[in-house]
Design a protein around this ligand. Structure first.
Ligand code: PAF
Length: 510
């Protein structure tokens, strides 16, 4: 594809027609550094879309004239950097192109007050209104499929996500973690203004935040005053230092598993921001839904793609059912059952096919637990109070430090009610029966006709939804996905998009 520089808004439409592909859009204000390079190369590696980088110093987002005048301009270098890292086109409009005088079609937007009145919004009046206005204008001109933004400007990212929702724009926002320089300070176009001494101070500030993050992992608490004291001792002028909920930007609460520690400091005339995310444990995804909704296939793929542990709680109930049959345990005898459960161990182990095997008391039962015989009793076994109590405790133990995706029927309501993302996966009975019939792993289902399968699924749904303990119900904060007509990959991608939207990329463990 021929690489082009576009300078007029009218030329965009032509270019779009010529490339005839979806567009990844990377908006910048120039003076590109490794953070921008990471954005452009991430877009290039994500898919085969055409990549467009814009370079436009947006006057509306500067509350200080001097800051605007001094903003570094390095256009020739920026063009080289963009093209050599994967840009197919660079859009370099003039002020008149973006804000044509007397054009009534240009919408001057306001950022939502709840998000823009916190942190940087307190001192940079109108800044986020300017960001919303220019990005909305650019999105309407470019009509990209994906918009790439850095998490370094976390508040901006939240405000732009909100803009996309509010304006019902058909664009997915993809974010990349803050990129840091050799001395730990976040890469920023304004860093060129820093003196050696100012750099040292900022580096101290960033290392304090990173230290707080490390301490939080152990102590699960944060002492803002202590950090402020240390910064003040170095004569660092703090504009704000706040511990907040990462999405609402309200004060962080003890139950927030992920929270945001964000600060802004001033060094001479330069103002710098930095943040870290504090995590009590790694994130958890809860996927609940009825039998045959595609939970297992989807959950396994998500675990692989997001490098999370896969917790198949259904397999635990099935393994227990298998043992009860094998050892002729009379599960109706409560007292005896409690004693038996004490000595049961269920564990998952990866096998050579990078799948998971389930073991109960050292028996590998992966295959056997999928038989119709087990299917016909698992619902009964899983409605026994003692069984549920025992397995819920086991599941919580596995999930103590997070980093997993769990599938079952009561994950979002009972096992992990504080999971970061809850999905309720379902499909019509017809669709589920068809899937079961064509499932290669389900030996017995092959021998059962479609009508009988439907009846069995209906019966299982009824039992699961009506049992007294932990019935199958959608958690209030779960997102329902009806999978009829969607491919497995489409469902997986949808869930991963929802996850990425909630969980900052910066929290990922490499
Ligand atoms: O983050 C930036 O560089 C700018 O705020 C943006 C998104 C390019 C809008 O001018």
């Amino acid at each position: 594809m021929k690489k082009v520089i576009i300078r007029k808004t009218q030329e965009i439409e032509n270019w779009r027609r010529n490339v005839n592909r979806d567009i990844n859009f990377i908006p910048t204000m120039g003076n590109l550094h490794n953070g921008h390079i990471k954005l452009i190369s991430t877009a290039k590696n994500d898919n085969s879309n055409a990549n467009l980088v814009s370079i436009f110093i947006n006057p509306l987002q500067f509350d200080n004239k001097l800051d605007l005048e001094n903003y570094p301009k390095t256009i020739d270098n920026d063009i080289n950097i963009s093209f050599s890292n994967g840009a197919d086109a660079i859009f370099i409009p003039s002020n008149e192109d973006i804000y044509p005088p007397n054009n009534k079609n240009i919408k001057f937007l306001k950022a939502p007050i709840e998000l823009s009145s916190a942190l940087c919004g307190l001192n940079r009046i109108g800044h986020f209104d300017g960001v919303c206005t220019v990005v909305y204008r650019l999105l309407n001109l470019i009509k990209p499929k994906n918009l790439y933004l850095g998490e370094k400007d976390w508040q901006q990212l939240l405000i732009l996500k909100n803009l996309v929702l509010r304006k019902k724009l058909n664009v997915a926002i993809k974010s990349i973690p803050t990129q840091r320089d050799f001395d730990g300070i976040p890469l920023s176009s304004r860093n060129v203004h820093l003196s050696k001494n100012e750099r040292k101070l900022i580096s101290f500030f960033s290392s304090e935040l990173l230290e707080a993050k490390k301490n939080f992992q152990q102590e699960k608490k944060i002492n803002l005053n202590e950090i402020i004291k240390k910064l003040s001792a170095k004569k660092i002028s703090i504009e704000y230092l706040e511990h907040l909920h990462p999405h609402t930007l309200q004060k962080a609460r003890p139950e927030d598993n992920i929270s945001l520690l964000a600060g802004a400091i001033k060094c001479g005339e330069t103002r710098l921001i930095d943040h870290v995310f504090l995590m009590q444990r790694r994130p958890i995804i809860a996927i609940d839904g009825p039998a045959g909704s595609g939970k297992s296939t989807v959950t396994k793929l998500i675990a692989k793609k997001l490098k999370l542990l896969y917790l198949d709680t259904g397999a635990m109930y099935r393994a227990l059912s298998w043992l009860m049959i094998k050892e002729s345990i009379d599960y109706k005898k409560e007292k005896k059952l409690q004693n038996i459960l004490k000595d049961i161990s269920i564990i998952f182990k990866s096998n050579i096919n990078s799948d998971q095997d389930v073991y109960i008391n050292n028996f590998c039962v992966t295959e056997e637990i999928r038989s119709q015989k087990i299917s016909s009793i698992v619902s009964k076994i899983s409605s026994i109070k003692e069984v549920r109590k025992f397995l819920v405790e086991e599941q919580r133990k596995i999930g103590e430090s997070g980093g997993l995706v769990a599938e079952g029927r009561d994950i979002g309501t009972t096992v992990f009610p504080h999971a970061e993302l809850k999905i309720f996966l379902t499909a019509s009975i017809d669709e589920r029966a068809k899937r079961r019939k064509s499932d290669k792993n389900s030996k017995d289902s092959k021998e059962i006709d479609l009508h009988t399968l439907k009846e069995l699924i209906k019966k299982r749904d009824f039992e699961d939804s009506n049992r007294k303990i932990s019935p199958l119900i959608k958690a209030n904060d779960a997102i329902e996905i009806i999978t009829d007509g969607f491919s497995i990959d489409e469902v997986v991608d949808k869930i991963i998009d929802l996850y990425n939207d909630k969980i900052p990329k910066e929290t990922e463990i490499k």
